[in-house]
Design a protein around this ligand. Structure first.
Ligand code: ADP
Length: 485
């Protein structure tokens, strides 16, 4: 990986404003998913490092919380500018550790930075209330204060943006943070905090502990009474475990967990637009996003036409290593990811589904490349209707009526995103209101933006990231009752 600024490639833990070796002394290899080669060796942090990071965050809290909102916003804006200035280097680091195409990685740097700008702006609008009192001798007031020390645990699929979505509102609110990025993709997080430090973030306000033993690091964070809030993005199973672990100290929680998004194409849809929306939503990050359409439901009257149009587009996708010009689909993150896609496809085939395009690995490119795939005749009984595919597979089932489509769409414990395409206004309202999901894309596949609330219902999570609501997750409301007036 060639960088203009080699100081962005950091491999040690960031604690109390300093780059430190792990107390245990070990290292973890960070691999390039495209080649399997080691791109960097980072320090393998553990419980003692987490304790040091929590202490640093606790010590930094009074100073950071005590700044004016404008002073905090100024640091965030400087950080935002630095992230954009170093976009190409940050994208190169991300592509090397995560695999996504360079252009998409640069897009993620913009996307993540936008959260930082947004919450720099929101920092100055953390208003309380004056509440009309029940009697004249009192005044009732609310203050909104930072929760305190926050733990942020993030996944590998968006190594920059998932962290930005947590750090920006936490810092804007006046919280200090201990981050644990995914073991596969720590370099993006470390590069981000290098720039935060250059932007003037005081020591201890953000700390990063990277390590192989995620459950030991997680336990040290969830057991600590100093940590008042956990914000987690990752799998539903780990999220549930963390939720249980937070019960001991009754921490505030934000959870952004798995999804099983339906993408419904009604008979009155604009087919060209529907194909565009599906391609955008499905193949971003090689299908490895929690809002990727997992089940594509197509009305039986347009099924064949729609599938033909999708297949034509899928055949044109350029697959390859993320740093090659023109590539739009990179490798999957690791061997388990490829194996899971293969298992889900084998199960679907066994139960009668038909692979129309793709369906196998692309060995010539490397062991982690998978053909963009379209499979039809998928049914609810197949595992891929219940499990997140997290790979480049369009799984199509057909339906006969609107009620049936809604019933199938909601037949899941998840409720993150849902998409549908229709030209009927009344149907758009009806279906949007009936779908059990936190995010609905209507005639649109790209729904993420910092100005809108991102989050799920049911087992897809708790809380919202981005938007006006995003900062609330890092604030407590304090009620003051002034009597004897
Ligand atoms: P994925 O399947 O996307 O890798 P995970 O939920 O396993 O999702 O990982 C999301 C984040 O949670 C990563 O940073 C990972 O290291 C971390 N993680 C995994 N297991 C635990 C755990 N038991 N406690 C705390 N963090 C964990």
């Amino acid at each position: 990986m060639k960088l203009d600024d080699s100081e962005l490639l950091r491999t040690r833990l960031f604690i109390d404003g300093a780059w430190r070796e792990a107390r245990g002394g070990g290292h973890v290899d960070v691999d390039d998913p495209a080649t399997g080669e080691c791109v960097a060796r980072v320090c393998d942090g553990g419980e003692a490092d987490v304790q040091a990071a929590i202490e640093a965050a606790e010590s930094a809290l009074p100073g950071w919380r005590g700044l004016s909102a404008r002073e905090r916003a100024d640091v965030l804006m400087d950080w935002y500018r630095l992230l954009l200035e170093h976009k190409q280097d940050l994208a190169a680091i991300m592509t090397a550790e995560q695999g996504k195409p360079l252009k998409e990685a640069a897009g993620e740097i913009d996307y993540g930075a936008n959260y930082i700008r947004w919450f720099a702006e929101e920092a100055r609008r953390v208003y309380g209330d004056v509440i009309p009192a029940p009697s004249g001798d009192r005044r009732l007031i609310t203050l909104r204060q930072p929760v305190g020390v926050v733990a942020a645990i993030t996944p590998w699929n968006f190594p920059n943006a998932m962290l930005a979505r947590k750090l920006a509102p936490a810092l804007a609110a006046g919280c200090t943070v201990v981050c644990k990025p995914a073991t596969q993709t720590p370099l993006s997080a470390l590069a981000m905090v290098e720039l935060a430090q250059r932007a003037g973030l005081p020591k201890g306000v953000v700390n990063v502990v990277v390590g192989r033993d995620a459950s030991a690091i997680g336990k040290a964070l969830t057991d600590s009474p100093v940590v008042r809030k956990l914000s987690f993005t990752g799998s539903t199973s780990v999220g549930k475990r963390l939720m249980e672990a937070c019960a001991g100290t009754v921490k505030k929680l934000s959870l952004e967990l798995g999804g099983n998004a339906p993408f419904i194409v009604f008979e009155d849809a604009d087919l060209e637009l529907a194909v565009d929306a599906l391609m955008g939503a499905k193949f971003r990050n090689a299908g490895q996003t929690c809002i990727c359409p997992n089940r594509v439901l197509v009305h039986e009257s347009i099924h064949d036409r729609f599938v033909d149009a999708v297949c034509e587009r899928v055949r044109q996708l350029d697959v390859g290593p993320g740093d090659r010009e023109g590539v739009v689909l990179g490798p999957l993150i690791n061997d388990e990811a490829i194996e899971k896609v293969e298992e889900l496809l084998a199960d679907a085939r066994k139960h009668g589904a038909r692979v129309v395009v793709g369906g196998g690995r692309m060995e010539a490119l490397g062991p982690r490349f998978f053909q963009p795939t379209v499979i039809t005749g998928v049914t609810r009984e197949m595992r891929m209707s219940c499990d997140e595919i997290f790979g480049p597979v369009v799984a199509v089932m057909s339906f006969a009526s609107e009620d049936e489509a809604i019933e199938i769409a909601n037949d899941t414990e998840y409720g993150l995103a849902a998409y549908f395409c229709s030209r009927s206004q009344s149907r758009c309202w009806r279906v949007a209101e009936a779908l059990e999901a936190g995010i609905i894309g209507i005639n649109e596949g790209l729904v993420s933006t910092e100005v809108a609330p991102f989050g799920g219902v049911k087992e897809s999570g708790i809380g919202r990231e981005g938007a006006r609501a995003g900062i609330d997750e890092y604030l407590e409301t304090k009620y003051l009752c002034l009597g004897g007036l």
